[in-house]
Design a protein. Structure first.
Lengths: 618, 100, 508
């Protein structure tokens, strides 16, 4: 089975390196095809491993040593167990679809080859992240996906906004990575190892404060990658990247790495329920907070990005409350329907010549039936309508919140479900139905190439059926993850499900009702709330004004005032003093013998006086 | 009774005279004289102390100094004459080639 | 093999002398071949090196002035081995990438002499000789900056010379005092470092000696607030000078800490640990902020060197194998990466005769290969895993975490600020549209530049993925040194700290 493991892991790397050879050449179709085939091979291997893990249990290999110094020992070790194999399957599946899709999407781009090289490199990093058997290996993947995300967000680097967003994403993630590194250091000095197995085996002997600190530090890392408040601003800006990138990295896989980390460290977090509850609270807050921003945004991709943010909040609620398998389940289903939604949005963008404002679309159903249906399916799944995938996973999270007695969290998520349904269908309505606004702006939309649509079908199918395997999924993953018992009586459970379904359907119905009649009136847009939401609560502005600008100013000050005017000036003054002393005392050397003799006498007197008064210590 | 103290006072006086001469005079010849006075002041001191302790090292030193001074004057005066022939003056202020 | 160290030290100098006889047209080929031979010699040294032996190997000892204990004493161990290889490697790469035409003969001969002094500093075990090589290294560098530098080259060269010279004079006083202490304790004179290692210096004397050596090393590193010579030196030096200065000469200072300060004065090291660590943190953050504010591409990298050297010194003062091994590895990786970055700046300077960031923009479109290599080096500089930069940085910070978590957190902001100034630099120079017409016709890397840069890129990747052969060799000698420090320590607090720094467990 090891060969499947290595195939799954290294096929994307081979793809990336091979395609990189042609990176600076003009478009060559075969690069995309070969990359897609290699990723598909990785996917097949992952499925083989899934079956194998199901029958034979986890697989653990130690490829080679990496860092060895002092007591520290870090190998390149990989583990394929119930959690990582689920991640692998999800990642490779979505990646394969995105690769094939990109052949069509990037068709006219002059950096076609480069794109596939980056995209495959991302898949490789993500595989390292999920397969590694130690924290530092995870960190390799963690930073690797960060790098690929930087490369891909800034893929159209000639655009200022793209390269700015890329840097923002990288730097925000770095802030969180520092937290994560601190967590790793703390683990190392308390456990003496960074292997998952050894760390989790030793945890129970550790002081609870230490465990809690580790948990907090690791979660800070997760907050960056999963764009949780207050490090969330990069995700929306990351939409500057090509749409397949948004689908793969900023919806399905990379941003869920934080959730994966919390799930992977479930044993740790279950020891510190207080920290877990804090995570869940933050998650619930973000679920609502992000959904509220999605309500008013007019940018097609940003709406979906906020929705991703909101769904990540849901996942953190589950993970924080100890329902790890449910978090993983939602992670997986979300990957399917959210990437589908993004890829559909990509089709729309192509049809509309990269126009993103949904107010300028409308009525696209006529010209893009397949895309419209797929996106509607994804939206229904996202809204959590029975029997689509989102229903099963999202509803479980609400049940968990209720079960834990965290009624406030439950209520937040409940409201969030309604908002989700509303904004999803606001988007569908504004893009595909209603008035054909695009005609006014002179667009001639057309459906994407057939193979692109076919590539999306598997995702469409999964968005529908993935939820039906809930029990198999639970059985499979809880071999490794903690079981989660729900103690709510059957009756209340039915009521809860009913209530959630009602608010979701209500949200959809309200959206359809409203936007069939041309949406809200203009006066809404003057209101305080609308402005607050459409400016993202002014958070980016606050960051700009109170962090970036002061930092730039302070840097200038430190350089020009402190370094030049104080430190360097002091050094130069010392030199200048010595120089000036020489310049002044030069006059002593007048060349006149009388003067010299006088100086000699002075010197002699000084020496005599010294000889008289100075007594060396006995 | 003339004691060691008297000799040393004489030495001091002579030395002071020599020192003032060295510092004040600008004529090179006068400088030579002053130097000689300085040397001889020291010589007197040496001989007096030597007599007082009954140790001949001091007197030996005095002879040594006389010998050195003589040769020094010989060379010095030679150079002085050369300088006079070239410049027509033995004034110190004309000798400022080492100005820094 | 028994004289390989002498050969390594003096071959470049002799070859440099012979270089005066070589015709001007063939001097470049001559210089490159000498440096290649030297590099191969250092590789032979590595092959012959017994990595199971933590002590000095290939030792050469001749009594030089026996009555004063001065000897010609060479030896190599895990700590110095790779620094020697780094020196020969960087010299070779710098000569391959050399693009200066003016007075090239004198330049190459200076570089070869410089190579002798660098290799000498790392290999010599007699302290007087060490001092001689240390000071001699200033002369060719002074000449390189003053002869081939930019507009204010004289100011920069003299500042560099006098500043570092002033520091090392104090070190000389320390050396003499230490020799005197050895004489007092044993009745014989010796300036051999291994002899000194065996001497327990009284605590008070340790403090003074530590201070004297510290100044010499700190100015060389350079540590805040003694760093201001560096931006001028880099700003004015020709590319080859900057490459060697950043890659190797700065490492002489940090090597000095590992070789002298720690094992000779363990108690003083522990006594001054926190103040030194605070200086390091100031270096990391302060230099990173200044780097962010720079308008000149080369200055950004110059200040980033200061920032990275802060982490190096922090790792050295971690007092455990992880930290010290990490800091030595970080010296190597910083040598490779900063050397490469300075070469890259040189590449663009040769084409545009400017280093100002505002004169660039959109370079990724006209020079894709250049942008790629630059990007790789940038990622190595910010310490991305699987590049060479991560290993050393990670180990240094891991090591120091045991001493103080809060200081490590502060030093860790370096990885954020490093990303800030590097990415902003990259964005301003490489991304965006081509705004200056002159940039539109720039040529991408040529064969000569590629042949200098590709080895560096390969090293960045290889050492990032498989650093173990280096780490295990370094680690062995470092552990031996730590044992020595523990044995020599006088104060119980020192023993306790070394004990704590090297053990797992306990709350933080």
């Amino acid at each position: 089975m090891e060969k499947y493991l290595y195939t799954a892991l290294f096929a994307p790397l081979v793809s990336s390196l091979f395609v990189a050879l042609f990176a600076s050449r003009p478009k060559m179709l075969f690069t995309g095809v070969i990359a897609s085939i290699l990723i598909a091979i990785s996917m097949v291997s992952s499925f083989v491993l899934l079956i194998d893990v199901n029958t034979h249990g986890a697989l653990h290999v130690n490829m080679m040593d990496w860092i060895v110094a002092g007591n520290l020992y870090i190998p390149f070790g990989f583990v394929v167990d119930e959690v990582s194999v689920i991640m692998m399957v999800t990642v490779t599946l979505v990646s394969t679809v995105v690769h094939i899709y990109s052949i069509g999407y990037m068709d006219h781009d002059k950096s076609f080859n480069r794109f596939f090289s980056y995209l495959s490199a991302f898949v490789f990093s993500m595989m390292i992240l999920v397969m590694s058997d130690n924290f530092v290996g995870l960190f390799i993947g963690w930073e690797g996906v960060g790098l690929c995300s930087w490369l891909l967000i800034g893929f159209w680097y000639h655009k200022h906004s793209a390269s700015w967003a890329a840097n923002e994403a990288f730097i925000m993630n770095r802030i969180a990575d520092l937290g994560m590194l601190m967590g790793l250091f703390l683990i190392y000095w308390n456990v003496g190892s960074l292997q998952y197995e050894e760390v989790f085996a030793t945890l129970k002997d550790l002081d609870s404060v230490v465990v809690a600190t580790i948990g907090i530090f690791l979660f800070i890392g997760a907050m960056g990658k999963s764009a949780q408040f207050p490090l969330h601003t990069w995700l929306a800006d990351a939409m500057e990247g090509p749409t397949p990138v948004s689908a793969l990295i900023h919806a399905a896989t990379m941003v869920t790495a934080g959730v994966y980390l919390v799930i992977r460290c479930g044993e740790l977090y279950s020891m510190i329920p207080d920290v877990g509850f804090a995570i869940a609270s933050l998650g619930a807050f973000v679920a609502l907070f992000a959904a509220s921003m999605a309500l008013v945004n007019n940018d097609l991709k940003r709406i979906i990005a906020y929705s991703t943010l909101s769904q990540l909040g849901y996942m953190f609620v589950a993970a924080g409350l100890g329902a790890y398998w449910i978090a993983l389940f939602h992670l997986m289903t979300h990957a399917f329907f959210k990437s589908l939604l993004f890829l559909g949005a990509g089709n729309v963008m192509h049809a509309m010549h990269d126009e993103l404002n949904i107010k300028k679309m409308g009525g696209l159903y006529g010209s893009m039936k397949a895309t419209a249906i797929l996106m509607s399916v994804a939206s229904v799944a996202l809204a959590g309508i029975y029997p689509l995938a989102g229903f099963f996973s999202k509803d479980k999270i609400l049940e968990v919140a209720f079960n834990e007695g965290a009624y406030f969290l439950w209520f937040a998520l409940f409201i969030g479900a309604g908002l989700t349904a509303f904004y999803s269908f606001r988007l569908v309505m504004l893009v595909f139905f209603g008035e054909k606004e695009y005609i006014k702006h002179g667009f001639h939309p057309h459906e994407a190439q057939p193979f692109v649509i076919y590539a999306l079908l598997p995702l469409g199918l999964l968005a529908v059926i993935a939820g039906w395997f809930e029990h198999q999924f639970e059985g499979f993953t809880t071999r490794l993850l903690a079981r989660y018992e729900i103690h709510i009586s059957h009756g209340i459970e039915i009521v809860l499900i009913g209530a959630t379904l009602c608010i979701a359907v209500g949200g959809i119905a309200f959206a359809i009702y409203k936007y069939q009649r041309g949406g809200f009136s203009k006066t809404w847009e003057e209101g305080f709330f609308y402005k607050l939401l459409s400016n993202q609560y002014y958070i980016p502005k606050v960051y700009e004004l109170y962090i970036m600008r002061p930092f730039t100013m302070l840097s200038q000050f430190v350089w020009q005032k402190i370094d030049m005017k104080v430190v360097d000036f002091t050094v130069d003054s010392i030199a200048r003093t010595i120089y000036k002393t020489g310049e002044k005392s030069r006059k002593m050397q007048s060349g006149n013998l009388s003067d010299m003799l006088r100086w000699m006498v002075v010197g002699m007197v000084v020496l005599l006086v010294l000889a008289l008064f100075y007594r060396p210590m006995a | 009774m003339i004691t060691l103290t008297h000799y040393l006072i004489l030495t001091g006086l002579l030395f002071a005279i020599g020192l003032v001469g060295v510092m004040r005079r600008t004529n090179l010849l006068m400088l030579f004289f002053s130097t000689e006075i300085l040397l001889n002041a020291v010589n007197i001191g040496f001989v007096a102390v030597s007599k007082y302790y009954g140790d001949f090292t001091g007197q030996m030193f005095a002879f040594f100094i006389i010998a050195v001074a003589a040769s020094e004057v010989a060379v010095g005066l030679g150079l002085l004459i050369l300088w006079y022939k070239r410049n027509g003056s033995v004034d110190l202020n004309s000798l400022q080639m080492m100005k820094g | 093999m028994e004289h390989i160290l002498s050969l390594l030290v003096f071959f470049p100098a002799v070859a440099g002398l012979l270089g005066f006889l070589v015709a001007k047209e063939s001097i470049r080929a001559y210089g490159i071949s000498v440096s290649v031979i030297e590099f191969c010699l250092s590789l032979i040294l590595w092959i012959g090196f017994d990595s199971a032996n933590a002590g000095y190997q290939f030792v050469e000892y001749y009594a030089f002035i026996p009555s004063y204990g001065m000897s010609y004493y060479l030896g190599v161990d895990g700590i110095s081995l790779f620094l020697v290889i780094l020196s020969t490697f960087i010299t070779m790469i710098a000569l391959i990438g050399l693009s200066i035409e003016k007075d090239i003969k004198n330049l190459i001969i200076s570089v070869l002499f410089l190579e002798m002094t660098m290799v000498g500093v790392f290999l010599i075990l007699d302290v007087i000789w060490f001092y001689a090589f240390w000071e001699l290294s200033l002369v060719p560098m002074l000449y390189i900056i003053g002869g081939w530098g930019g507009e204010r080259r004289m100011y920069a060269a003299i500042k560099f010379f006098l500043y570092t010279f002033a520091g090392s004079v104090l070190m000389l006083v320390g050396i003499l005092y230490m020799g005197f202490l050895y004489y007092e304790a044993t009745g014989i004179w010796s300036f051999a470092l291994p002899d000194w290692y065996l001497l327990q210096v009284p605590f008070k004397a340790q403090l003074w000696l530590f201070g004297a050596f510290f100044l010499g090393f700190a100015i060389k590193v350079p540590m805040f607030p003694f760093h201001t010579w560096l931006p001028y030196a880099h700003g004015q030096a020709p590319t080859i000078g900057s490459v060697i200065l950043a890659a190797v000469l700065l490492k002489m200072g940090s090597y000095g800490f590992v070789r002298f300060s720690l094992p000779l004065f363990p108690d003083a090291t522990v006594y001054f640990l926190i103040p030194v660590a605070i200086i390091c943190i100031i270096m990391v953050i302060y230099a990173a902020m200044i780097a962010y504010a720079q308008e000149d591409m080369k200055q950004v990298i110059a200040y980033s060197s200061i920032s990275h050297m802060g982490i190096v010194i922090l790792g050295t003062f971690a007092m455990n194998a992880e930290g010290i091994t990490g800091s030595i590895f970080l010296m190597l990786s910083h040598g490779i990466v900063s050397g490469a970055l300075f070469m890259l700046v040189g590449v663009i300077y040769d084409r545009r005769h400017t280093k100002m960031i505002r004169d660039f923009g959109g370079l990724a479109q006209v020079m894709p290969n250049f942008a790629t290599v630059y990007g790789i080096m940038l990622m190595a500089s910010v310490g991305l895993p699987l590049t060479v930069g991560f290993v050393g940085e990670f180990l240094s910070l891991v090591g120091f975490y045991r001493i103080s978590w809060i200081l490590t957190l502060l030093a860790g902001t370096g990885i954020i600020l490093g990303a800030v100034y590097m990415l902003v630099l990259y964005k301003k120079s490489f991304f965006g549209q081509v705004v200056h017409e002159e940039n539109r016709s720039l040529k991408d890397l040529n064969a000569k530049e590629l042949s200098a840069l590709i080895p560096l890129v390969l090293l960045v990747a290889i050492l990032g993925i498989y650093p173990k052969p280096l780490l295990s060799t370094i680690d062995m000698s470092v552990q031996k040194m730590l044992v020595l420090m523990d044995q020599k320590a006088i104060e119980p607090a020192t023993k306790e700290l070394i004990m704590k720094a090297n053990s797992i467990g306990g709350t933080h």
